[in-house]
Ligand binder design. Structure first.
Ligand code: HEC
Length: 122
């Protein structure tokens, strides 16, 4: 049974020394993590809230799957303004808040990851 502790030790060293998210984290899992981080780092949190539940500055972002496809949502994030003219529900929502949704800076890939992550939230 002496081999077992050595194996465990190696496993611990291997796990603690992986810069890209750790052994066992699939690409999908690390993608979800990265998108959740974008939600914080791109300041969405300050208007839409830590739990996506909305604040007095912006609506809740829960249940968006009923209203958006990923590509459209990514385009909205890039340039929100034109979507208010296209989408009566969104225009109605916008009337409730003092300032409009600002454009989301970054890459198309980041915006798509954010959109997919948002749509996966219940
Ligand atoms: C300054 C406050 C503010 C910030 C920061 C902000 N939003 Fe918004 N967001 C709004 C407002 C207000 C609306 C409602 C539409 C409007 O008035 O333009 C909105 C609408 C939305 C919608 C549409 C909701 C629906 O019902 O379809 C999504 C999705 C969204 N925001 C995601 C984000 C994401 C992701 C970020 C960060 C990248 C973000 N927002 C940052 C204020 C903000």
């Amino acid at each position: 049974m002496r081999a077992l502790p050595l194996f465990l030790l190696l496993a611990i060293i291997a796990c603690s020394d992986t810069p890209q998210g750790g052994i066992g984290a699939s690409d999908a899992e690390s993608g979800v993590l990265a998108a959740a981080k974008l939600y914080r780092s791109k300041n969405c949190i300050s208007c839409h809230g830590l739990d996506l539940g909305g604040t007095m500055l912006a609506p809740s972002l829960r249940g968006l799957g009923a209203h958006w496809k990923p590509d459209d949502l990514a385009a909205f994030l890039k340039e929100p303004r034109p979507w208010l003219a296209k989408d009566a529900r969104l225009a109605e929502t916008a009337r409730t808040y003092r300032s409009p949704m600002p454009p989301t800076f970054g890459t198309d890939a980041e915006r798509l990851a954010l959109a997919q992550w948002l749509l996966s939230q219940p």
